[in-house]
Design a protein around this ligand. Structure first.
Ligand SMILES: [Cu+2]
Length: 138
């Protein structure tokens, strides 16, 4: 029995280690209307394997989608993106005017200085949580 549980831990260990290898930097949320907001950050994969950002969730919103901006007929519009893979040792930026995590159906308007909890789901690499400040200015 002891042997079995040790084997079980060893199997799970790589997942736990990889989860900690994903670092979220410089994150913040911007919301200029009461129904939706966008989260921006730099995702660093300091692990040995590629990790795919497949989903995200927040208690502040009914759903969170990965969005990008595409030009269509001279107009920029937001489109839902496929899961994004971040190679081992690589980084991926979610920035204003580019990709972002869209918080849709806010439970309440986000005020400047408030904090929003977000969970990013990297599939087999695990889930990473972040507490991001709301910065509506600029
Ligand atoms: Cu969006």
């Amino acid at each position: 029995m002891k042997f079995l549980s040790a084997a079980f831990c060893l199997t799970l260990l790589p997942c736990a280690v990889l989860g900690q290898d994903l670092v979220l930097r410089d994150g913040y949320v911007r919301s200029t209307n009461p129904r939706s907001g966008a989260a921006f950050m730099v995702i660093e994969n300091q692990g040995q394997a590629a990790c795919t950002l497949s989903a995200a969730a927040s208690e502040a919103a009914q759903r969170v989608e990965l969005h990008g901006n595409r030009e269509e007929g001279g107009m920029m519009r937001m489109v839902k993106m496929d899961p994004v893979a971040i190679p081992a040792g690589g980084r991926h930026e979610l920035v204003r005017g580019g990709e972002h995590l869209m918080l849709m159906g806010l439970n309440h308007p986000l005020a400047e200085g408030e904090e929003v909890d977000l969970v990013l789901d990297f599939g087999t690499c695990g889930k990473v949580g972040a507490r991001l400040p709301v910065r509506n200015g600029r």
